[in-house]
Design a protein around this ligand. Structure first.
Ligand code: IMP
Length: 474
């Protein structure tokens, strides 16, 4: 069996997370950017994403610069991305410090802009929302996309046109003025680096955004046209997904989602392409465990997020909280953007069966090495609906005790999904130096076979460690 992508001479490959993000997309994009692609493009999300780029001896977390930047090939930030110009410029400065060229970086003139008050409102809403909090990354993402849809958004091109920028900024601040005068907002503003006045002072924001525009001008272009052109000219185009399918505003576990469509359809649209122009969608799956940051239900979760008791946690502990801590440590599961400890749990097939409904051709399995020392590996094969009442969904009515094989795109219902598991023996050896699929331990190959047969997609790449060479391509 061979991965189809190695044989793709030209066309579009999309890399899309199939769970709640942080599946390890960055490494796969970096690999394909260097070995396969002519052009790399991002189409969704913003500085809520985070990937690690090694510069010199040090690793740095980047949020907006595409993961393919080190390849030196054209890297595009498409029209669907929420651009925070302040963060983008600081990432460019960081690259310059290490002598990494970003001459080939371009961003779409149509991409929407994060404004300082977006961040403030995002944080204020979160701190006021108690147990229903989404656990956003606090980067203003929800506000950018809702302004976009409400037709109050500012776009990158506005940075270059002072009159237009002033007019739109004033309108946008006016639009948010009621909320900006709420006490919760004032509290966050007091804590913020610009203090109370900085965020509301139109002239100050205008001045700093015009300055951003002057610095970013060489990198602003109609990237969506360039990407379409690249496809027409038979180039190899790599699309970098941000977040993941279960976080999609349209198909994720609503409302515990981000605010862009992080499926392959949203990714294609965010760079000016059609989903049908994507030749291969590589679905990235962490496993056989998974992780989540932020709020919402997580049926197979092992223990409470953030619990750091058990300093020498044993990955084989009978206590799920201890086991959770051990998996988190072994996988270094701490948020790249927020440093929050990620929630971890077992691989959930009803969620994976749901995610692939949105278009996946083959899988990349990442971070299996995290479970090297695990004696028993559990995989959730289906749920039992544990609600005490019937749940009316129109054509379908869920009854207590019903079996559910494919999850629903609804965070509320996930709370009543009681996970049922199949247990597999672990492989109990270090797989990080293995480079051929046939050399993987039989126990892991059996798990891979089980997942492939269950979900109907081949796992064509297995990642056994963070380095580029720790990758097995079948
Ligand atoms: P927002 O995108 O910052 O508005 O956050 C909305 C939800 O998406 C929260 O639960 C975040 O934790 C989650 N989220 C956003 N970006 C990422 C990501 O890159 N990885 C994992 N979770 C994310």
């Amino acid at each position: 069996m061979y991965s189809n992508f190695t044989q793709l001479q030209k066309g579009v490959i999309a890399v899309v997370g199939q769970q709640w993000g942080d599946e390890g997309k960055g490494k796969i994009i970096d690999l394909l950017a260097n070995s396969w692609a002519d052009v790399i493009a991002r189409g969704t999300g913003g500085a809520n994403a985070g990937h690690t780029i090694r510069l010199g001896e040090k690793e740095h977390i980047f949020h907006l610069i595409p993961s393919g930047i080190l390849s030196g090939k054209p890297n595009y930030i498409g029209s669907g991305v929420a651009v925070d110009p302040f963060i983008l410029l600081s990432e460019m400065e960081k690259l310059a410090e290490y002598g990494v060229s970003y001459d080939n970086l371009k961003m779409s003139l149509d991409a929407h802009l994060v404004l300082p008050h977006h961040i403030i409102i995002d944080r204020a809403r979160e701190s006021a929302s108690g147990r229903n909090r989404l656990g956003t990354t606090g980067r203003g993402i929800g506000l950018v996309y809702s302004d976009h849809v409400a037709r109050f958004g500012l776009r990158v091109v506005d940075l270059l046109n002072p009159d237009r920028l002033r007019e739109k900024l004033e309108r946008n601040l006016e639009y948010h003025s009621k909320e900006l005068n709420q006490p919760a907002v004032k509290t966050v503003m007091k804590e913020g680096p610009l203090g109370i006045d900085g965020f509301l002072d139109t002239n100050l924001v205008l001045e700093s955004y015009l300055e951003f525009g002057r610095k970013l001008r060489p990198y602003i272009a109609d990237t969506d046209s360039s990407i379409r052109q690249a496809v027409e000219n038979g180039k190899r185009v790599l699309l970098e997904g941000a977040q993941a399918t279960l976080l999609s505003i349209d198909h994720g576990m609503y409302p515990m989602v981000t605010s862009s469509d992080s499926t392959v359809a949203g990714l294609a649209k965010g760079v000016g392409l059609l989903e049908s122009q994507v030749h291969i969608c590589l679905g990235i799956v962490k496993g056989p465990y998974m992780s989540k940051v932020g709020g919402g239900n997580f049926p197979t979760e092992l223990g409470p997020a953030g619990d750091e008791s058990f300093p020498n946690a044993d990955i084989n502990s009978e206590n799920p909280v201890e086991q959770c801590i051990a998996v988190r440590k072994s996988g270094n599961e701490y948020g790249a953007t927020t440093s929050r400890p990620r929630r971890v749990g077992w691989l959930d097939l009803p969620l994976l069966r749901y995610a692939i409904l949105f278009g996946v051709d083959e899988f990349v399995l990442t971070k299996a090495d995290v479970l090297d020392e695990c004696r028993v590996i559990k995989i959730c094969t289906h749920y039992i609906y544990s609600g005490t009442d019937e749940y009316d969904m129109g054509e379908r009515v869920l009854k207590p005790g019903d079996q559910v094989d494919v999850a629903f795109g609804d965070d509320y219902l996930l709370e009543y999904m009681d996970p049922q598991y199949k247990e597999f023996p672990g492989w109990l050896c270090n797989i990080s130096n293995i480079r051929s699929f046939d050399d993987l331990p039989e126990e892991l190959r059996n798990i891979i076979k089980f997942i492939e047969e269950d979900v109907g997609r081949e796992i064509t790449i297995v990642s056994v460690g963070p380095d580029r060479e720790q990758t097995i391509i079948r």
